[in-house]
Design a protein around this ligand. Sequence first.
Ligand code: PAF
Length: 284
Amino acid sequence: MQTITALETLRSAVDELRASGRIALVPTMGALHEGHLTLIREAAKVADHVAASIFVNPRQFGPNEDLDAYPRQLAEDSAKLEAEGVTLLWAPDVEAMYPQGYATNVSVSGVSSGLCGGDRPGHFDGVATVVCKLFNQVRPDMALFGEKDWQQLSVIRRMARDLDLVLPHADSILGVPTVREADGLAMSSRNAYLTPEQREAAGTLPRAMQEAIARIVDGQEVRPTLAMLEDALLGAGFASVDYAELRDADSIDLLDSDNGNARLFVAARIGGTRLIDNMAVIGT
Ligand code: PAF
């Protein structure tokens, strides 16, 4: 695996790789877990070469968020990527990504409003900006993202469509189902912040979501069902619930009843850690 930190080196390495096949990009912020490694394995199935990026993107963190605390473990992450057969690791520093005088922002409206877009102002501008840059830098044939960040995936697809991105175009931005721990908790780099007690309580999140989905599929009213979900989380030790909402999976429009294409989205805080999850509203 070639680890690259300078854009000129990346461009020539990518030119060489492109000559011998298709490139799939897996963009990450590092602190890699099984969820990321699943993205890498899926990427290897659809392309000849897998490129990964590791960049903790300051533009997608709010002023009071965990940018400084965010785990950085490049050596450990590199070893994991190498073991998965990744060909190229793009790991620029902040100066390489946003050189002195950098002044451009990519802002996607519509799908970025509400949910995390409402709670984290500027977050999706930061994501769209860095992902647009990563696409232009690596010029992959396809890119893979986890469905755990469903709204992020929608924002990136919208951006690719709206900006007429050729590589990768919207249809080659692939979502990969959320990878979960044994108790159902969605894997996330932020799970590392949880104390053992908080970690145990965190398992209530997917369970309470599944119960809410079963009720909705059963025809029960959405609003009281979501209120029960919030109560279950607060009762289990969550400090607050940022949102628990039913939305259309494609438009991300708010729903007050199941329209056949609904997803349940939740963000809740346990201690100082904000956990998010989303699930399709379908019967089991
Ligand atoms: O999902 C993430 O890890 C980040 O938001 C991404 C897509 C790598 C952009 O920084």
